[in-house]
Design a protein around this ligand. Sequence first.
Ligand code: PLP
Length: 388
Amino acid sequence: MALMNNYARLPVAFVRGEGAWLYDESGRKYLDALAGIAVCGLGHSHPAVTHALQAQASKLLHTSNLYEIPEQTALSDDLCRLSGLDAALFCNSGAEANEAAIKLARLHGHSRGIAEPKILVFTQSFHGRTLAALTATGNRKIQAGFAPLVPGFVRAPYGDLATVQGMLAADPEIVAVLVEPVQGEGGVRPAPVGFLHGLRKLCDQHEALLMCDEVQTGIGRTGHYFAFQHEKGLLPDVLCLAKGLGNGVPIGAIVARQAAADLFGPGKHGSTFGGGPLVCAAARAVLRTMEAEDIPTRAAAMGELLQNRLRERFSEHPAVEEVRGLGLMVGVVLRHEPQDFVRRALDAGVLLNVTAGRVIRLLPPLIFTSEQVDLLVDTLVGLLQEEA
Ligand SMILES: *Cc1c(COP(=O)(O)O)cnc(C)c1O
């Protein structure tokens, strides 16, 4: 085996995909309720994305950020228009987007004359696997073995505004708050209603940046283009994106308000690959398709249908504690850690994930149909019969 033993992989390889279906080497098909971990929002092999990639690949793949990249500029315009923010900077993954946000927060602190600025993060959070991102992550297992961690982070319980208020009041070195509007890896936990508004107000009072990690929740997943848009009138200072943005090509971004964006002058940050013509062409096709077909609204409707069906079938179920989520980011919280659940689901022809030990995480493509919702729910009913 030449591969490092870093992933506990399931014993299946897919060779082809179409919409919400994946096909293995033997031709067996699987219903994909994970979408490559919230990546393939438009499903597999979407013709608009395929066409954009083919057309761009035949023209130009890469030039670097030493030159103008028209596809990148246009994508930035799209993201600013959809988010209400002012400027974008591109990278290649979610962890990198968060690294850029963390660097921006430190520049913001230094611009305020704070030599050792701190960033407030939350329990159960997940922000990625690079050193600063895993330090920000609220999960000891992810940090274990990688000390020394990065200094400059403090942590509050997720959803607990009073504690955040106390911490910001007590510590003038806190210059930013980094938050997932719905925690994904941490167990599909939506923030309490009003939490982001409360954070916005506190950040304004303390001249801190509100930075939303929407790497998983962004690009239509929760029923709006961005999950912060569930709270009317709210704008973060920094928005971190990746996963769904490229529908499978590696692209990440931060989008920021002007004052925060201006902290990054020439030479402050960069990426050789970031925002190249190929991935930006794909991401533009993703956004164009989402706008033409109003995919976020569809995700909201399918998410509601999925959550309603799950509650109908599981509200009295002895193995199920709760169904929760937002849009097509849905968790079925079990009372106990299931054994081999992901493998048994695979055997039953459904791809899903279990996170935080006992939360079945469903992240289907946003183009999921009501028939696919029914098939998914029926399969879960069968699988959970064995858990009761
Ligand atoms: C997946 C994820 C990341 C990390 O993204 P990578 O592309 O794997 O680096 C960061 N934040 C959140 C909220 C995520 O879900």
